[in-house]
Design a protein around this ligand. Structure first.
Ligand code: UDP
Length: 542
């Protein structure tokens, strides 16, 4: 991977002339700063001012043109974390004529993706906030291909997982600090700014306590397309017929330890009659961990960022997340949410230490490692006595700093019988990847050629015969059960009568009045819960 920019020969004078004459051109998608991604031609960056610069000329374009709403609060989020006030993007404006008085621009010839990493030293954040969003932002715009270059503007150094970011493109990603070495005024020939949030499943609790995102839009299929890409880049091939089944215990070696790990491993091996191995980020290469996890039947780990690696588990595998004393598993669910995404096909099990005797706390450590010595005595007392960390916001909240960190950095002696019992409630026989066939669920199309025919008997009775054809896609599908839902609504009324039917025609006589107009809504349902769209409403007059 090469770091220098000048592989594509560009005609400097032509580029400069184009910048002066055409200025910056920006067209964005998204209606709000939280869902916006912008494409720029000739977006510049002053490494001295540490500001992006938009040059106005007769040909420049700015869509959306928000006026001062551009600062309320920003043009867009530079990271995938929604509306975080340290992650906003904006630019300052100048007339293109000002270029005469500015440092000579250095042009970036590569198509650039400009974004912020959120927390590059934490593996959960790396995958959830950065790698998946970058991957799918690149999938969204065809010129963000493997020859595109990533620019990380958050200001961090490479971080411990930089090798993972390098897998996303053939060019070395550049950090904000490195831009200074390239020149005083950088101009990106073509760039995209911002990240897609479409794959994120968790919100970290900045405005309400942490939990799954309200409107999750990603399924296991897209997650696995991404992991497949990563594994190809890491040169890991999926072993089709894995010879031996095994359990992986993902251990932490610095803090939040499992104190009786050897005992745990023996117990798991014995209970499930499977080889059980340990990995840790400190002792194994990332590739080795992926290789092992991608064929494992079960992954067991303390709550913590390393559990995001369940991304790489095969379908049908089991995730067992261990929670220290006083930490309610229901309140911290990034890995549960991941494992239970539709189509991930993982079994998720949480176990919590409920025995004070089995926990080891570190009140005298620095506060960021869970120490509480800096707090006043009464507060320390209260935290130590408490049996559950109250729900809290991230990350400057006193509840978080005190009780949460104190409990999050406990070590735990796992009560083996209790853990095995919890696992056995879900895993009845042998755990492990089931060679499942594709279980994607397909929805019916609209029913076709819907018709109705009314008949009136006397002054008080009427019948409505309704018929329709099967959805067009049904003839290509094997569907276990096909049903139809019909709603009959008298025109002008708010209520309707619903029916579930097995055939493609039905004569309704209950509650059908003569000389009345009915609206008839019909949709197809596959396998009880795959609801199709309603066909155009039928107007039927008796
Ligand atoms: N980490 C680790 N071993 C340890 C402690 C931490 O591998 O003993 C990793 C952890 O997986 C994460 C990073 O170091 O990627 C930061 O850990 P931290 O405890 O701050 O975050 P958490 O795991 O609680 O999200």
């Amino acid at each position: 991977q090469s770091q220098e920019l000048s592989q594509v020969q560009i005609d400097y004078h032509a580029a400069l002339q184009a910048l002066v004459e055409d200025g910056t051109r920006m067209v964005c998608t998204g209606r709000m700063h939280t869902d916006r991604i912008c494409r720029f031609e000739s977006l510049c960056y002053s490494t001295e001012a540490e500001e992006f610069v938009y040059f106005h000329s007769n040909s420049s374009v700015m869509l959306p043109n928000l006026g001062s709403r551009r600062f309320q609060p920003a043009l867009l989020d530079l990271s995938s974390v929604e509306d975080h006030n340290t992650q906003y993007f904006n630019f300052v404006e100048l007339p293109a004529a000002a270029l005469k008085f500015m440092p000579k621009p250095v042009f970036v010839p590569d198509v650039a993706l400009i974004a912020n990493r959120f927390n590059p030293d934490n593996l959960m954040h790396v995958f959830h906030d950065d790698l998946l969003p970058i991957y799918y932002t690149m999938q969204q715009f065809s010129d963000l291909d493997l020859e595109a270059r990533l620019f990380f503007m958050e200001g961090w150094s490479e971080g411990v997982h930089f090798d993972l970011y390098k897998l996303l493109s053939n060019k070395q990603p550049l950090l904000r600090e490195q831009l200074k070495t390239l020149g005083r005024l950088l101009c990106f020939t073509k760039s995209y700014v911002g990240l897609s949030k479409i794959t994120t499943w968790y919100q970290y609790g900045f405005v309400q306590p942490q939990g799954p995102k309200a409107n999750i839009l990603v399924s296991g299929n897209e997650i696995r397309q991404f992991t497949k890409f990563m594994m190809q880049k890491l040169n890991i091939s999926l072993e089709e017929s894995s010879s031996e089944e095994y359990i992986v215990v993902f251990s932490r070696t610095i803090n939040r330890l499992i104190l009786n790990e050897a005992e745990l491993i023996l117990a798991l091996a014995q209970e499930f009659q499977m080889k059980t191995i340990t990995v840790s980020l400190e002792e194994h290469s990332f590739s080795d961990i992926v290789r092992l996890i991608s064929n494992a039947s079960m992954l067991v780990s303390m709550h913590g960022a390393q559990l995001v690696m369940s991304l790489f588990l095969p379908r049908g595998a089991t995730v067992v997340e261990l929670f220290p004393y006083a930490i309610n598993p229901e309140h911290y669910t990034p890995y549960k949410t991941l494992a239970t995404l539709p189509g991930m096909d993982l079994q998720y099990i949480a176990w919590q230490n409920t025995d004070r005797e089995d926990t080891v706390t570190y009140p005298d450590r620095p506060w960021d490692q869970g120490g509480i010595a800096h707090l006043d005595k009464a507060e320390q007392e209260r935290i130590i006595k408490s049996t559950e960390v109250p729900r809290h916001l991230c990350c400057r909240n006193p509840e978080w700093l005190g009780a949460w960190l104190f409990r999050a950095y406990q070590d735990t002696k796992v009560n083996i019988p209790s853990l095995i019992h919890v696992i056995r409630q879900t895993v009845k026989s042998k755990p492990g990847p089931k060679k499942q066939k594709w279980s994607g669920s397909l929805y019916p199309g609209k029913v076709r050629d819907a018709k109705c025919q009314a008949s009136v008997q006397g002054t008080s009775e009427a019948k409505l015969a309704v018929s329709w054809q099967i959805p067009w896609n049904l003839k290509y599908l094997k569907v276990r059960e096909v049903k139809y839902e019909v709603w009959i609504q008298e025109q002008g009324e708010n209520t309707y009568m619903p029916y579930i039917l097995s055939h493609q025609n039905h004569t309704f006589s209950e509650n059908i009045k003569p000389f009345t107009i009915y609206l008839v809504w019909i949709r197809c349902i596959f396998n009880k819960n795959l609801l199709g769209p309603f066909a155009d409403v039928l107007l039927c007059s008796t």
